[in-house]
Ligand binder design. Structure first.
Ligand code: IPE
Ligand code: IPE
Ligand code: MG
Length: 233
């Protein structure tokens, strides 16, 4: 039974399938990431501006993705560097707050400075894009617990963890969409996904479309969210 009360505040994407998209065309994987980056810009804009969803987040680079060839890793990180410059330059037009979620201490000083600048320049806007980069769900929880211990806490509550993980003020995702046909979360939003509605599509990320966003959002509206309770008890 459709549930008209399903408010969609936060949609999240595991952008998977760039490599296979390139392989199908006999192109190097980097080409897939470049196409994927273009698609990311389109879909984010569509969700925030057209669908009026307040929070969008994306899984861009995981703590496990460092296992990939150096050339591919550099290519992905450079694409996000370019994107940060665009966000800074076009902040008046996009009117969105950009936040980076993940452990940024491994990045070069200039990369970290660009992240900080992007966050600072866009901080005046309300609708938010969270970019998970060097993000790992397990690391996130361990980091939060260690931070709380360092602050002197001896007993830790769920609220403490919720407030200390990278997403902080962002609400948990109502929808998590994984493209690319894999049926797993790959260390994504382990804490935040407790009651997220999960969607999996075989579409490779560079082939993903606004139409498919529309279809998935419609499907979401038909989902019954119980949070452990009983509807109309
Ligand atoms: C997702 O696409 C992008 C990142 C993980 C950075 P993949 O590169 O994992 O694409 P496939 O899964 O190999 O097709
Ligand atoms: C998940 O995709 C990470 C991102 C989309 C950034 P992967 O391609 O790294 O996931 P696995 O290795 O197939 O689980
Ligand atoms: Mg993949």
């Amino acid at each position: 039974m459709p549930n008209d009360e399903n408010v969609l505040n936060h949609i999240s994407f595991i952008m998977d399938g760039n490599g296979r998209w390139a392989k199908k065309r006999l192109l190097p994987r980097e080409f897939g990431h470049r196409e994927g980056a273009k698609k990311f810009r389109d879909i984010v804009e569509y969700c925030l501006e057209y669908k009026k969803i307040k929070y969008v987040s994306v899984y861009a680079f995981s703590t496990e993705n460092w296992k990939r060839p150096e050339k591919e890793v550099k290519g992905i990180l450079n694409l996000f560097y370019d994107y940060m410059n665009t966000c800074i330059k076009e902040n008046d037009k996009n009117k969105m707050r950009v936040r980076f979620l993940g452990n940024r201490s491994v990045f070069s000083e200039s990369y970290q400075a660009k992240m900080a600048e992007t966050e600072q320049v866009t901080s005046k806007y309300e609708r938010t894009l969270g970019i998970c980069i060097n993000y790992g769900g397990k690391d996130e929880i361990v980091d939060a617990v260690n931070k709380l211990i360092a602050e002197g806490k001896t007993t830790i509550t769920k609220e403490d963890i919720t407030n200390t993980i990278y997403t902080g003020v962002m609400p948990p995702p109502d929808m998590i969409v994984r493209t690319g046909g894999e049926y797993r979360l790959s260390n994504y939003f382990m804490w935040q996904s407790a009651y997220s509605e999960l969607f999996f599509t075989k579409t490779l990320w560079p082939d993903f479309s606004k139409k498919e966003v529309d279809e998935l959002v419609e499907e979401y509206k038909g989902r019954q969210r119980n949070f452990g309770g009983v509807k109309n008890a």
